[in-house]
Design a protein around this ligand. Structure first.
Ligand SMILES: [Zn+2]
Length: 284
């Protein structure tokens, strides 16, 4: 039987080449062209990653998940025809929706550090201040890699800004191949290398990471996992406790619960995060 590699490419826009401020990552009516131009940077970054995968295995099966905001930033129609897209992943598991043990590797393009990472461009962890699994403070990429690890799939390569790449390597593993495409000099400012150069780095990192995929450790945990969420304000902890009475409220903005494994921990974290932003419907 011929082995065909199956690779999951997860995407976020904050860590793409040439991108540093908000109007680039969601359309602002007063300057729509800024976002459209950023879509080009994002699309070219993903194309570079796909090229890297195809260089390692020309027949690779590639899944692409544009997990940023409303999930249609990258111009999917410009990717090669053997790429399939996970569309509308906000419903559950977000950036890694439908990832399972049939994949050989996870690649993260446009990654960004968590809320607490200094000099990380456009950093955040969805809308919370911090999330920890068994005491380990995670980035969005770390959460994705945790689910992948549950399924035996390693995160092999990622791209983003310098501080985020260093922080995520420290959080997960130094073996993850990285492509640094910019250096943050503020939360909304960066010194960016030329996009073509950035895209060459992305392609090289993906090739390197995929070739070394058997050496890259899986992100795993001792089960059950203690999950701690610190929200940005008190409403999140209040809403979480209201709907999950077994959760422990350990501070005004912080809750704690126990999940049986990394998949449950991710899912339960995400459900609580969604609850915390439901106040939009309360008109406050
Ligand atoms: Zn994003």
């Amino acid at each position: 039987m011929v082995f065909v590699m199956k690779v999951y490419v997860t995407f976020d826009m904050e860590g793409c080449s040439g991108i540093a401020y908000r109007a680039q990552i969601r359309p602002y009516p007063e300057m729509p062209e800024v976002y459209k131009r950023a879509q080009r940077f994002a699309t070219e970054d993903v194309k570079a990653a796909v090229e890297g995968i195809l260089e390692v295995d020309p027949d690779a099966e590639i899944w692409f998940n544009d997990g940023h905001v409303d999930n249609m930033n990258v111009l999917f129609e410009e990717l090669p025809e053997n790429v399939v897209a996970v569309v509308g992943s906000g419903e559950s598991m977000d950036e890694v929706m439908d990832l399972d043990d049939s994949f050989d590797a996870l690649v993260s393009i446009g990654a960004h550090g968590n809320t607490l990472t200094a000099d990380a461009v456009l950093c955040h962890v969805w809308g919370v201040r911090e999330v920890k699994f068994n005491g380990r403070s995670l980035s969005e990429t770390g959460l994705n890699a945790s689910l992948a690890g549950f399924y035996g799939v390693p995160l092999v390569a990622m791209s983003g800004d310098e501080a985020s790449m260093k922080a995520i390597q420290k959080e997960l593993s130094q073996k993850i191949a990285t492509a640094v495409v910019k250096r943050g000099i503020g939360m909304y400012s960066a010194i960016c290398i030329h996009p073509k150069k950035a895209q060459r780095r992305i392609k090289e990192a993906v090739i390197d990471g995929l070739r070394r995929r058997h050496e890259t450790p899986l992100v795993t945990y001792r089960n059950p996992i203690t999950v701690e969420i610190t929200y940005k304000d008190q409403y999140g902890a209040y809403a979480t406790k209201l709907f999950n009475s077994n959760d422990e409220k350990v501070a005004a903005t912080k809750i704690r619960f126990v999940a049986e494994n990394a998949k449950e921990a991710y899912k339960q974290f995400f459900a609580r995060y969604k609850l915390s932003i439901a106040r939009k419907n309360l008109r406050r």
